[in-house]
Ligand binder design. Sequence first.
Ligand SMILES: *[C@@H]1O[C@H](CO)[C@@H](O)[C@H](O)[C@H]1NC(C)=O
Ligand SMILES: *[C@@H]1O[C@H](CO)[C@@H](O)[C@H](O)[C@H]1NC(C)=O
Length: 245
Amino acid sequence: MSSSNYTLIVCALFVLQFLQMVIGDNNGPLYHICSTTSGNFTPYSPYEHSLKKLMGELQYKTPPNGFGMGSVGQYEAHTSGLSLCRGDVTPKDCMACVVNASAEILKRCPNNKAGTIWYDRCLLKYSGNEFLGKIDNQNRVYMWNLNNVSDPRSFNVETRRLLSGLVSTAYGDPKMYANGVRDVEGSQKIYGLVQCTRDLSSGDCKSCLEGAIGQLPNCCDGKRGGRVLSGSCNIRYEIYPFVGV
Ligand SMILES: *[C@@H]1O[C@H](CO)[C@@H](O)[C@H](O)[C@H]1NC(C)=O
Ligand SMILES: *[C@@H]1O[C@H](CO)[C@@H](O)[C@H](O)[C@H]1NC(C)=O
């Protein structure tokens, strides 16, 4: 990603997060990326037909255990996708999120052959290029709390300890998910979450999450909350509980 794109995303997120604080909408999309390098499709094309079928598959495959993937069509009409719900989300809420995500991404990326959309409770990604089983290093988004902590140095160390511990649990877990809390100085707590898409091997899950932790200095060091979201894994920490809400 070029540095100008990077700045654009960072600025957009700044505004986005501010708006979310004001509006308080927890169910709307956090962010989406329409691929500009994977080509376009036209309305009523075989690709569009495959894509709609894929979205339907993701809607019924994902809710029962929180992850679904599939491929539809051949040659020019071939598309693959996955959707992942946050590890604690019930099948009912997962279904609502994936249904919304699949409709919303088609609306926001009306003719892009690839796109990714992130919500608090789910992620959905599709592409005409085969991507299942590979770590996505291209689609990456940062979000952070605008407020600083008072002691960034030790806070950053504690945050990494928490998240690294969660990574050790998650990559061996069938759901590739872990959340937890760590007590820090002054009766403060840090809450964290890590999760991978389950098309990855457990080794790739580990390296995706470690890569995401390695990105924290680019967005989140010294901030009261932060997230690194990618198409393959995501991490989040806050000083308040956010899982199960
Ligand atoms: C998805 O949900 C948001 C609100 O949470 C709503 O504004 C939007 O219309 C929904 N999108 C679709 C395509 O249903
Ligand atoms: C947080 O710290 C940064 C860098 O030190 C500073 O630019 C920013 O204004 C601070 N934010 C708040 C809300 O105090």
